[in-house]
Design a protein around this ligand. Structure first.
Ligand code: L34
Length: 289
C-alpha cells in the first residue's frame, strides 16, 4: 500500500501556477463571499486566501451576516461580476438554509465562475468543452490520479455520492474521452442496491458521501485505488481543536488492501485549494483574451 500525498502534489500544482502568475502582466484576483460564520467555511476560506497569496494571486473577502437576504447576496454578485478588477468569484458553500444555492451559483458570471458550479459551466463540461471551469474538488481528483500515474482507461470506477460539487462532475470527468478519463463509471448513492457488490468490483473507488468511515474493508477489492473525498469532523477531546478529521473511508481497515489510497487530511482537500488557483489563473487569462 502506498499513500497518495495530496499535500506534496498540491505543492507541485501551486508551483506551476505561481511560476505562470509571475510571468503575467497584471495580477489575478479572486473574491470570496462567505455568508455567516460556519467554522469549517471560515477555516477553508482562510486557507484559500493564504494559498492565493503564496501563489501571487490577490484575494478579497466579503463577509455577509447569516441574516443576509437572497436579493442582497445577488446584488453583491452583480457588482463583482461588473468589476473588471475581479477575475474569479467564489461563494463558499453551504449557504444558510433560507437561500437558494442554485440561483446564487447561477448568478456568478460564467467567465468568473472559478468554482465551476453554474449551469453554463456544467453544461460545457457535459459537452467536453475545454474552456469550461471544472469544479475544484473533481478537477483535483483527476490531477491526483494523473500525477500518481494511475491509468483510468477501461477501468471500473465506483463513485459513491452524486452531489453537484463532487459526485456528478467527477463521474463525468472519469467517463470522458481522453487520457484522464475513458473509465467505466458507476455513480452510486444512498439508494443504490448492492453497493458493496459494485464497489468491490471497482479498480478505483471515489468516496464522496459525507459519512465518516462509510467505506469498509469488505467493500474494496485487493489492489484497488481509493480516493477519499470525505472531510468529517469527529469529536476528539485529545485534540487541541476538540475534533479530528476523518474521511468517508475506514482508513485503517481499508488501506492495507489498497495499491494507493489518499489520507484525510492531506489527500483531496489541499488539491481543492490548489485547483482553485489554477482556475483563477484561467479566469484571468480569459479576461485578457
Ligand atoms: N463554493 N464551497 C465552494 N467551493 C468549494 O470548493 C468548497 N469546498 C467544500 C466546501 N464548500 C465549498 C471546499 O473548499 C470543501 N472544501 C475544502 C477546502 C479545503 C479543504 C477541505 C475542503 C482542506 O484544505 N482540507 C485539509 C484539512 C483542513 C483542516 O485541517 O481543516 C485536508 O488536508 O484535507
Amino acid at each position: 500500500m502506498e499513500l497518495i500525498d495530496g499535500n506534496a502534489i498540491s505543492q507541485q500544482v501551486l508551483a506551476d501556477v505561481a511560476a505562470e502568475v509571475a510571468s503575467l502582466m497584471g495580477e489575478p484576483c479572486v473574491t470570496f463571499i462567505r455568508v455567516g460564520e460556519d467554522p469549517a467555511s471560515v477555516s477553508y476560506v482562510n486557507k484559500k486566501q493564504r494559498v492565493a497569496g503564496e501563489a501571487g494571486i490577490e484575494s478579497r473577502l466579503c463577509v455577509l451576516p447569516e441574516s443576509t437576504t437572497q436579493e442582497e447576496l445577488l446584488m453583491l454578485i452583480d457588482e463583482l461580476n461588473a468589476d473588471p478588477g475581479v477575475h474569479g468569484i467564489l461563494v463558499q458553500a453551504p449557504l444558510p438554509a433560507h437561500m437558494n444555492e442554485r440561483e446564487v451559483f447561477n448568478r456568478v458570471s460564467p467567465l468568473k465562475d472559478v468554482d465551476g458550479f453554474n449551469a453554463a459551466n456544467l453544461g460545457k463540461l457535459c459537452q467536453e468543452d475545454p474552456t469550461a471551469f471544472v469544479a475544484c474538488t473533481p478537477a483535483g481528483i483527476i490531477e491526483l490520479l494523473q500525477r500518481s500515474g494511475v491509468k483510468t482507461q477501461g477501468k471500473n470506477v465506483a463513485v459513491v455520492g452524486r452531489s453537484l460539487i463532487v459526485g456528478k462532475p467527477v463521474s463525468l470527468l472519469l467517463g470522458m474521452k481522453g487520457a484522464a478519463g475513458d473509465a467505466t463509471v458507476t455513480m452510486c448513492h444512498s439508494r443504490t442496491q448492492n453497493l458493496a457488490e459494485i464497489t468491490s468490483q471497482a479498480d478505483i473507488v471515489v468516496a464522496a458521501i459525507g459519512r465518516a468511515n462509510f467505506i469498509t474493508a469488505d467493500m474494496v477489492k485487493e489492489g484497488a485505488v481509493v480516493i477519499d473525498v470525505g472531510i468529517n469532523r469527529v469529536e476528539d477531546p485529545s485534540r487541541k481543536r476538540g475534533y479530528r478529521l476523518v474521511g468517508d473511508v475506514d482508513f485503517d481497515a481499508v488501506a492495507p488492501k489498497c495499491s494507493l489510497i489518499t489520507p484525510v487530511p492531506g489527500g483531496v482537500g489541499p488539491m481543492t485549494v490548489a485547483m482553485l488557483m489554477k482556475n483563477t489563473l484561467k479566469a484571468f487569462k480569459l479576461s485578457q483574451a
